[in-house]
Structure formats: C-alpha cells, structure tokens
Design a protein around this ligand. Sequence first.
Ligand SMILES: Cc1ncc(COP(=O)(O)O)c(C=O)c1O
Length: 384
Amino acid sequence: MEAALFTQFIRDLYQTKDFIPLHAPRFDGNEKKYVQETIDSTFVSSVGKFVDDFERKIESYTGAAKAVATVNGTAALHASLYMAGVKTGDLVITQALTFVATCNALYHMGAEPIFVDVSPISLGLCPKAVDAYLMEHAELRESGCFHKKTGQRIKAVVPMHTFGHPVELDELVVICKKWNLMLVEDAAESLGSFYKGKHTGTIGEFGAVSFNGNKIITTGGGGMVLCRSEEDGTHTKYVTTTAKVPHPYEFYHDEPGFNYRMPNLNAALGCAQMEVLKDYLDKKRQLAEQYQSFFGGSDFKFVTEPEYATSNYWLNAVICPDKEAREDLLKATNDSGVMTRPVWQLMNRLPMFEKALRGDLNHSEFFEERLVNLPSSVSKGSLK
Ligand SMILES: Cc1ncc(COP(=O)(O)O)c(C=O)c1O
C-alpha cells in the first residue's frame, strides 16, 4: 500500500486540507446550554443535578446496577480496585499492551502487575494465556489464590477492551471463578461496546469508563465506576466522596475517602454528550467500514470487532505487515499533517514495571511492532 494514497484517502474522508487529529471531540448539541445552566445555578462543583442525571443516564444505557461518576478514568479504576479488595502487596493480572493508566491505578493501590499476553482476536487480555499462567504459577488456598514462587496473593484480573473491542469475557469470568479472583474491567475506551449484548464494564464486579477529551464522548475530564450491585454502588459513592457518615451537621468519616467526585460542570457536558452517543456510534461504524474496504486486499489488516461483540470502534487501528512498513506509514502520514500513532510501548518496558512478573508476551510483542492507530474523529456530516 502506498502511504501517499492512504493520506489522500483520509483527506477525502474528512474533506479537509488542514491537520487531521487522531481524535477530536465535538460539541454541537446541548453542551453549551447545560454548562451555562450549571454556571447560572452556581452548583459547579461536586454536587448538582447533572451529576445525578449523568449517573442515571449511564446506568440506563449500560445496564449497570449503579454508576458512580469520578474525576477521570484512572480514578474510576483506582476506586474499582479498592472496592474489589486489592491491597498493598497483592498481584493483579493484566495485559502489557495497554495504556499506562491501567497499571498506574494498581500501582497506587500498592499492588503489582503480572503481565499476561493479549488475544489476537480482541487485542485484549487472552483468557487462555491467563489460565495457562495460573496453572503454572498459582495455587488455590482457603484464603485465596497465591503465587507459588513469591507467596503473594493474586487478587484480581484486569482486562482492557483495547480501542473499544471487547475481550472474551465469558472465558475470563469462568477463570476468575475457578481461581477465586475479582474481575475488574478497564472499560475506559469502550463506552458503547457490547459483549454478547451486555455492555462492557458491567460483566466484571466493577468496570471503569473514561470521558477524557479523546474518548467517544467527553466530559473534559471524567470517569465512571460501573457496579454490578446496588450495594457496591452505594459503597463506591461513599468512598469516592469523603466517606462521611450521614449527619445533619457533624463531620465523622469512618473510612479513607478519595474525593474523586466529578464536578457538576463536567457532568453537564456529559449529559449533552450522552444525547448524541448513538449518532457518534453510527458514524464511527461507518468510518470503520470505509477503512476496512480501503485496506481490503492489501497486506495491511484493518482491526475489526470480534464476532461475538459490537464494538464502538473508538480508535481505528491497522496491523502493518512489519515494523518497517509501520515506520513508513507513521512518517508519511504525520509528515503530511495526518495524525497516526503507534500503539503504546508494552508496560514491561517502562521503568516502573520492568521487574514485574510476566508470562510469554508473543502476541503483545507482535502487535507492539505493527499496530498503528488511525484518525477516528466523528465526522461532521455523513461520510463520503
Ligand atoms: C485503557 C485506559 N485505561 C485508563 C484510562 C484512564 O482514563 P483517564 O485518562 O480518564 O484517566 C485510559 C484513557 O485515558 C485508557 O485508555
């Protein structure tokens, strides 16, 4: 495939000669109206009607028993891990092919990652690899699952739905049950993605969503914890605020609180963005179809949703035939004002996590060398 041809294809898609970013937000619904309303009400901070509305909207869209709004997705993940009972010194199984926030959240719980390979079907955590790792390195005791060599408790499994494509959740649920592990989904990238009809982030005990500026919808900065039970939701709300025991005037707190509350200003933006989510999802699917037909017949493989899932196609990606082809594509597009980006470097290469335990990472390494993200903004009109 000729990179110049590709650049032209994207320019034609977006119908512009200007710089084309990877993912830009859009605000052409009720965003200004609701933000203005928030300012007029003076309730700009951590309480207000938009926070409640936004949480209820996310609950009804995702089917989560309870949704708790947070300042960002990393905070949602941190609170989810806390709620899942992850403690200092615990091990948590996750993928090396992820954005650093997944690992930062567990680092700040005092836990350590075990990196296990991703599946070529989903680009997310591979159930077979998780099971194989546990069979070789873990033992079940009455008090939980433990690493045979280090003696540390393995407490949770954190899959990440890469670029919005759902991982194989049924298999992970079975493995987590078998090994007595909590399943916490990093659904930061997958609002609008469904696994066998169920929204991502609602299948594990907890799920964390992000509304960062580059996500499918945004609140500026923001996140949401999706909880499987009302009870967990109520407790999550309690700790993500200040864990204050209700009383008309006394201040008494019986647990360390995070104060991760999403401000009402941000939630106002979120309520307006929820109104256009369906349209964004349709447009993203259309865009993905265009990419897929462009790459069809070439030795570049466009990443499509797994057959069991409906993906939000948040960030489009292509698998280049080799590292050299990847460099050529990155250089040609970025040199001509079309932003493309290599996938993240594997987490085990970062200084904070280079000593972490890990299984074999063959697929992760394969994708690290070849995956490139493509412009994925929701276009203004319908696509050409
Ligand atoms: C996989 C993943 N996890 C977590 C996060 C953290 O979300 P935030 O940036 O809202 O903290 C992000 C996105 O930024 C992400 O892509």
